[in-house]
Design a protein. Structure first.
Length: 231
C-alpha cells in the first residue's frame, strides 16, 4: 500500500511531540535553556553535514540568493509566523514559541535525502523502509524539540503529511526527472537553511529561514540546467 511510510512518519512526530510537550512542562527554565543550546549545536552540525553532500558550493549559494529574493517578496516567514501566532492565541494562553517550533521542525523534518528518496521509493514500489527509518529519527527529534519549544512541534506533522504525501503521489511523474545530483543539490541547499535554524536556536542571529524555502526548488533546477551555464 502506497503512503504507509508517510502515515508512520506523521504518527511518529505526533507521538514524539506529545511526549516531549509533556516532559517539557516539568523541566526548569535553566534546563530548557541548556537543552535549547544543545539542540542548536546539533542542528548546526546537521546543516554542515548536509551542505557537504554536494561538491559545488556555487549551486547552494545561487539557490539561496535567488530563493531569498522570491521568499522576501512573498514574505513567507511573516506568513508562517502569523499562522503560528494565531494558533497560539486561539489554543494557548501560556507564553510559548509556537511559530518558531512550527517553522523550525517543519524544515528539519522535511529537508534531507531520506524525505525525498523515501517518499519516491514509497510511491514507486510501496517500499517504506527508508521512511520507517526516518520516522524513528523524527520521533526522537520531535521529542527533543517539543520538550524545549512546546506543542507547536505537533503542527509540523501536517507539513510532513503534505510534503511527503505530495512526493509519494507524484513519484511516477518525478521518477525520470529527479536525478541523484539534483537531490544532492537540494540537500546541500537545505543544509544552509538548517544552519540558519541553528543560529536562531542558539539566539546568535535572527535569520528569516522560511524566506529561503524557494531555494529548495531552485537548486535541482540549476543542476538540471547545468549544461547551459558554466558552473
Amino acid at each position: 500500500m502506497y503512503g504507509v511510510g508517510t502515515a508512520i512518519n506523521v504518527v511518529a512526530v505526533l507521538v514524539g511531540g506529545g511526549i516531549g510537550t509533556f516532559i517539557g512542562t516539568r523541566l526548569s527554565k535553566k534546563m530548557r535553556e541548556t537543552a535549547m543550546h544543545a539542540i542548536g549545536l546539533i542542528t548546526l552540525l546537521v546543516g554542515v553535514q548536509s551542505f557537504l553532500r554536494f561538491d559545488n558550493a556555487l549551486v547552494p549559494l545561487v539557490s539561496v540568493i535567488l530563493g531569498l529574493i522570491v521568499g522576501e517578496a512573498m514574505n513567507i516567514d511573516g506568513t508562517l509566523k502569523r499562522f503560528g501566532d494565531y494558533l497560539q492565541n486561539r489554543l494557548s494562553k501560556e507564553e510559548s514559541s509556537v511559530s518558531r517550533a512550527f517553522v523550525t521542525t517543519s524544515l528539519v523534518f522535511c529537508v534531507g535525502p531520506l524525505t525525498i528518496l523515501g517518499s519516491l521509493e514509497d510511491g514507486l514500489t510501496g517500499d517504506y523502509s527508508l521512511l520507517a527509518l526516518k520516522s524513528a529519527l523524527d520521533l526522537v527529534a520531535s521529542l527533543s524539540f517539543a520538550s524545549v519549544l512546546g506543542w507547536g512541534v505537533l503542527l509540523s506533522a501536517g507539513t510532513v503529511l503534505v510534503v511527503q504525501g505530495t512526493l509519494t503521489l507524484s513519484a511516477g511523474l518525478l521518477e525520470g526527472a529527479v536525478t541523484e545530483p539534483m537531490i544532492a543539490a537540494m540537500t546541500a541547499t537545505g543544509g544552509v537553511l538548517v544552519l540558519g535554524l541553528g543560529l536562531v536556536l542558539l539566539e546568535l542571529k535572527e535569520v528569516r529561514v522560511a524566506n529561503m524555502l524557494p531555494a529548495l526548488g531552485i537548486a535541482p533546477l540549476l543542476v538540471a540546467l547545468a549544461p547551459l551555464w558554466p558552473l
